[in-house]
Design a protein around this ligand. Sequence first.
Ligand code: ADP
Length: 629
Amino acid sequence: MAKTKQFKTESKKLLELMINSIYTHKEIFLRELISNASDAIDKRHYKALTNSELITDYEIFIDIDSDNRTLTITDNGVGLTEEELVNNLGTIARSGSKEFKEGLENSDLEIIGQFGVGFYSSFMVSDKVVVETRSVDSELGFKWTSEGTESYTISETQMEKPGTKITLHIRDNNDETEENFDEYLQEHAIKELVTKYSDYVRYPIKMDVTKYDAPTKEDEQAISYKELATLNSMIPLWKKNKREIEEVEYNDFYKRKFNDYTDPLKVIHTKVEGLLEYTSLLFIPKKAPFDLYSEKFEKGLQLYSKGVFIMDKNKELLPDYFRFVRGLVDSSDLSLNISREMLQKDVQLKKISSAIEGKIRSDLEKMLKNDRETYNEFFQTYGINLKYGTYDGYGKNKEKLQDLIMFKTSKNDGFVTFQEYVENIKEDQKYIFYATGKNKESILLSPQMDLIKKHDFEVLLFTDDIDEFMINILQKYGELEFKSVNQGDLGLLDETEKEEVEQLEKANKNLLKQIKKALKDKVKDVKLSTRLTDSPVCIVSGEGVSLEMEKVLKSMPTSQDVKADKILEINPNHELFKMLEKVQETNASKVDTYAELLYNQALLIEGIQLEDPVKFSNLMIELMIESNK
Ligand code: ADP
């Protein structure tokens, strides 16, 4: 008895798209089906490593029946159980990808062309698809039939051996749209498609093809006969000679294999021979996967041994800071039936891993030097990983990574490396300055920048949460220390200037004391500022935890109660200060109110939430009323 089931909503959408598609490269359906067949054989092959009964002569077979207008693709891979049929062909297998879902809403041509849409693409060329399959884990076979509408049917069927047979009922030509589907029933066209898209598939793709015998003297006519031929060369792309591979081949391979719809930003193909032997084919995706920073994201490279797939995501092969790299490693040094636990300890694998790390790094260094535009794009997308890498493990990788890191600066709209910063440093500058904030505009406007701007020093702009943590680990670049414009003494005053401020502080000891007392434990100190020129007040932090770090730590899920030491700085050259001096003489109690107001204003400028906004607002209102009495 056949059971009828409904497709999931998303699948319906995609199917509808497929059926009504005006996409011109419908031919890709064959690549998708062959690739599925090859994956299924991979899986069987892997199972066979521990179950020799599953070993067989793996192959994919294509058959054309032009009388009945069917094209059949058969494989002897793992096959599907009834449950897998429902789960895998009743829903979109790739729906995990956000881009894919977004693509569904947008333009059909884009997703079909660039993403590859798997099994469902068969409905671009067929009006009915039949899947007969038997899992290696089952004695029974199942038949799945659909005309691509709302539903599909499943029924039991007898199958002698495990594997999957997909029969496409090829559509009739459509005179209205001038679409011709006949080519998918033509031998030469199918042969061409296999070599174009599936040449490197590792299993033979076979078809009964027409051969001709040369005519003999007696008989002028050539004799044609059918012979089973293998259509693909079976050399995996990564095994081919680099010089013979064209860019589009890399790009197509990448997109198909890693379900991306854009060409990669960078391809790194390496063959290493000698003591250590391996081939790696790595890609840096142009766009970061949407879940790159989620906990669920799994980094890793595919692992092959002599062309045979062993494992999908081997995480030992990539350090965390290169987690965005995709690709594969094929090595003859690894044994095939090696277990995951053994792999972790495998010495060869460790060596390969460190060689790969070095190779990615040196290619990035080259890119930074020779192709700055691409590197900028790279850094914008992935720079944060390198920053984490520098910070991670108490900075054990900082030497390796620090020269790949860049920042925007107060003087530069583009990115600048530490080295470039140092090369352009001013003679009287003793530190590498940085300022933390939301963006360039807000940093440039902050009071702490007053004096720096006057000196015309360049300041690195820290806009990522990780930046300050990373710099705390780095401490220095070469001989130069990093210094926050917002923290401690900037070292910009000469001896006489310092003396002047000290004198002023002494003279105004009582005023500063009263302000400090009014603010109680809100601030650690109240000082006359040496960094302000135009602004009246600012909040800075002492050494140690900075204001920005406090914000970051507070926002973390495991919120820690770490506080920065806040110091209220008052500009002694500002009118406001003179006013305060006067008020203390004439109406000392007012100073307390003003202290509260100034403190809150400084917090606001710094983007820190006020502890008691209602109180602040009431004080302001009182002040307004009073001044107009
Ligand atoms: P994808 O190949 O990207 O996963 P598809 O829609 O092409 O997406 O296929 C969905 C799933 O159906 C596959 O992941 C696989 O589990 C299963 N499948 C497809 N074709 C075959 C096949 N020939 N043999 C076994 N399983 C298959």
